[in-house]
Structures are given as structure tokens and as C-alpha cells.
Ligand binder design. Structure first.
Ligand code: ARG
Length: 460
């Protein structure tokens, strides 16, 4: 009976519903490998400090190896009576090796244990996410190289604004992800401190060596305050916030891909294998992958709010509330990894429809600013040039004629500063080529920006 779980303090067994309600083993068994790793480091440190004998240490190492094997083979006897991953593993270890198993928890609490396990788990997850981010970014940079000179419409207010290049657009997406990568790195660096030794909240009476466990587990250093160590989950919130931004960025890309693949835009083609059809409409090819990624953003935003709300107003130090951190965190990790994988697989195969993009880039008087800039170079103040071109556009709207398609005579009727050379600036190619400075959309700039981006990605 499970009254024995808590030793002598209790006179009746936990209510069976309460047992299920308070247990976390169904979801925290995901951290079993990290729990074992932490226990190995702790046992080694205890042995070094003379708290465990060499024989006991050996038994623990062998026993934990067997536990790990049972877990890997799927025949570990997980039990809800043992509440969580920590007690399940300790109980099984004791069943396997006897008294040495009971000594493992010396100088430790589940509070510093769980704080350690989550950090170890999240650290690996961040590394995996960073790898997927890098793969996706390489895909974007590859597209940018290939399409450094592919002209497309640039939008503000989703109205045609000025021509840009497709490569430039891909590099804009890449910049967003580059910052996301930096946020994950920051989060990882702040998180990478070892809580072991904080024990329940106040530290321990045993002569532990915190630097040793910290080193063994690859942390940068031990945490500085025992109360804080076991209580805060700000690193999980930070990670989830960084994840929410990743998904937010992916949702923006998704939205554009959904628009761009429509019959009304026809800007790009997605491979069939990333799309699905309709059970009724035979013509349909739906961009499910970007749509679903867009939708999953809501889920991750929800996890962020859940964790913030979980942490809010918690008094020091550990509170059981914190057991609720795991499901949002794990789902956040899974979702981000899946979405990045979907994008990483899909992006290199996006096919821009160049002729269609060029035609769309011309629509809506997209080179009107170029004409205004041209007049400025001929000596007109910009505000006056803006007015002149505005009148030319109004005429174009009336005649349904683009500026580039007007005769020189007609253009000169708006300003005698306009000469034959005006047509060089009114083409979409002229327009993008003229924005030839750091961060601009000129093909030469896009090529060198893509080269720089590729170099940064290689040196990660
Ligand atoms: N399952 C618990 C959690 O996830 C482990 C720590 C439990 N500590 C305690 N004092 N009940 O937070």
C-alpha cells in the first residue's frame, strides 16, 4: 500500500483519485534519461565526498544502467503509485540493488532533481531546435542565391508598393529566424546552471561538491541561491516565449505562402507532396502544411500564457504548481520541432513563377517612387516630385496604363524635366537594381547578403 511511499508520517493511504490527480509519471517519464544522468552525476559526487562507498556507487551505476535498459525496451514497471519519474526510478533501482538504491537520495530532493532534469531536457531540445532552424535558414539562403534577381512585387498594406527581388524576400524571412536563433542561444546560456545541491530549498547538511555535479552534467556553473534554484521556471517561460516568436515568424511566412499559391496570386508553386486535395472539388491543391503551421502558432502562444500564469504570484520556494510546467513545455518543443521540420523540408522546393511575379511587380504603378526619385535627381524637391508623379499616376489609373507604358510626350506633360532616360528607371529591373546599398533589394546586394548569411550559418 502506498502509505509507505512517505514512510512513517501517514496513517492512511492516499485517496486513489488524489493519487492519480497528483501524479506526473504519465508525462514526466519523458525525462527518464535526464533523471538517470543526473543521478549518476549525484552518485559520483557523493562517492567522491565519502558519503557512498565505492561498492555502493558501482551497484548504483549498474542498477541505473539496467533501469535505462528496461525503459528502452518498454518493460519498465511504471506505476502511478510512485507518483513521478523520480520515485519510479528510485524505487525500481532499490528493488534491483537493495540498500544502495535507498542511499542515492542523500543530500538531494526531488525539488532540485526535477529542476535539473528539466534543464537537461530543455538544453537538448534547444540544440535540436537550433539544428532545424539552421537547416531551414540554409534553405532560405539557397533560394535567395538562386533568385537574387527574380523580380516580384513588394507590398505595404498588402497593396503593391515597390518591386523587390524574391531573394530579398527570402533573406527577410531569414533575418527573423536569425534573431530567433539568438534568442534560443541566450535562453540556453542563462538556463545552463546546475540546481543540484539546493535540495528541497535550503541546501543540505552533507559535504557536497556542487561544482563537481555541475561539471559532470555539462552546466556552466552551479546556481547561486538554493531557494531560487528549486522554484523558478523562468527559463521554461523564456524558451516558450522564444518559441512563440518562432511560430509567429513561421505563421507570417505561412500566410504569404497561402496567398502566393492561390490561383489569384500564382506567385509560387509548392510541391504536391506538401499539399492535399479536396474530397469534393477536383481542382483543389491546398497548402495544408503552411496553414497548419499558421494554426499551431495559437497552441504555442497558449503554452506561453499557461506558463506565465503558472508562475505568477508563486511564493518561494518550490510549489506543486510547478509540476504543471511539463506538458506545455513538452508540447511546445514537439510543435516547434515539427513545424521547423515541415518548413525545412518544404522551403528548398518552393518554385517562384518568374514571369508571373514580374508581371505582378509591374502592376499598381510600382515604379512611381522611382519616377519621383528621378525628378529629384533632375533638381525638383522631393515633395514637388511626389505631387507630379501622383498626377501622372492618376492619369494612368484613368487610362489604365502603367507609367512605363506611357509615351514620352505624355510623361513630359507632367514635367519638362522628364527625358528619354526616364524609361530606364521605370522598368522593374531598373527599380530594384537602383536600390544598391547595404540592406537594399538590388540583385548584387542580395547576392552578397546571401553569401554573408551562408557564411554565418556555416560558422554556427
Ligand atoms: N513531480 C514533481 C514536479 O514535477 C517533482 C517535484 C516534487 N516535489 C515535491 N516536493 N512534491 O514538480
Amino acid at each position: 500500500d502506498n502509505a509507505s511511499l512517505w514512510g512513517g508520517r501517514f496513517t492512511e493511504a492516499t485517496d486513489s483519485f488524489v493519487q492519480r490527480f497528483t501524479a506526473s509519471v504519465s508525462f514526466d517519464q519523458r525525462m527518464a534519461a535526464q533523471d538517470i544522468r543526473g543521478s549518476l552525476a549525484h552518485a559520483q559526487m557523493l562517492t567522491g565526498a565519502g558519503i557512498l562507498s565505492a561498492e555502493e556507487h558501482e551497484a548504483i551505476v549498474e542498477g541505473l544502467a539496467r533501469v535505462q535498459e528496461e525503459i528502452n525496451n518498454g518493460d519498465f514497471p511504471w506505476s502511478v503509485e510512485r507518483e513521478d519519474v523520480h520515485m519510479n526510478i528510485e524505487a525500481r533501482l532499490t528493488a534491483l540493488i537493495g540498500d544502495a538504491g535507498k542511499k542515492l537520495h542523500t543530500g538531494r530532493s526531488r525539488n532540485d532533481q526535477v529542476a535539473t532534469d528539466i534543464r537537461l531536457y530543455l538544453r537538448d531540445a534547444i540544440d535540436a531546435i537550433c539544428e532545424e532552424l539552421t537547416r531551414l535558414q540554409k534553405g532560405l539562403v539557397g533560394l535567395a542565391h538562386t533568385h537574387a534577381a527574380t523580380v516580384m512585387p513588394g507590398f505595404t498594406h498588402l497593396q503593391g508598393a515597390q518591386p523587390v527581388t524574391f531573394g530579398h524576400h527570402m533573406l527577410a524571412w531569414n533575418e527573423m529566424l536569425e534573431r530567433d536563433y539568438g534568442r534560443l542561444e541566450d535562453c540556453r546560456a542563462r538556463m545552463n546552471q546546475c540546481p543540484l545541491g539546493a535540495a528541497a530549498l535550503a541546501g543540505t547538511t552533507f559535504p557536497i561538491d556542487r561544482a563537481r555535479t555541475s561539471d559532470a552534467l555539462g552546466f556552466d556553473q552551479p546556481t547561486r541561491n538554493s531557494l531560487d534554484s528549486v522554484s523558478d521556471r523562468d527559463f521554461a517561460i523564456e524558451f516558450t516565449a522564444a518559441s512563440a516568436l518562432i511560430l509567429t515568424h513561421l505563421s507570417r511566412m505561412s500566410e504569404e505562402l497561402v496567398l502566393w499559391t492561390s490561383a489569384q496570386f500564382q506567385f509560387v508553386e509548392l510541391p504536391d507532396r506538401f499539399c492535399t486535395g479536396s474530397s469534393i472539388m477536383p481542382q483543389k491543391k491546398n497548402p495544408d502544411v503552411p496553414e497548419l503551421v499558421r494554426g499551431k502558432t495559437g497552441r504555442v502562444n497558449g503554452h506561453l500564457v499557461a506558463l506565465l500564469t503558472l508562475m505568477k504570484s508563486q511564493p518561494l520556494a518550490y510549489n506543486k504548481d510547478n509540476q504543471e510546467d511539463k506538458e506545455p513545455l513538452f508540447d511546445c518543443i514537439d510543435t516547434v520541432l515539427d513545424c521547423l521540420r515541415a518548413f525545412g523540408d518544404m522551403v528548398p522546393h518552393i518554385k517562384p513563377r518568374e514571369a508571373r511575379l514580374r508581371e505582378a511587380a509591374r502592376a499598381g504603378f510600382a515604379t512611381a517612387t522611382d519616377l519621383a526619385d528621378y525628378l529629384v535627381r533632375k533638381g525638383l524637391p522631393f515633395r514637388d516630385a511626389h505631387e507630379v508623379v501622383g498626377k501622372a499616376v492618376a492619369e494612368g489609373v484613368r487610362l489604365e496604363t502603367d507609367l512605363a507604358d506611357m509615351s514620352l510626350d505624355r510623361l513630359q506633360s507632367f514635367s519638362e524635366l522628364i527625358g528619354e532616360d526616364v524609361f530606364d528607371v521605370l522598368t522593374v529591373e531598373g527599380s530594384v537594381a537602383a536600390r544598391d546599398h547595404l540592406g537594399g533589394t538590388a540583385p548584387a546586394q542580395v547576392t552578397s547578403a546571401a553569401t554573408d548569411a551562408a557564411t554565418r550559418l556555416e560558422s554556427r
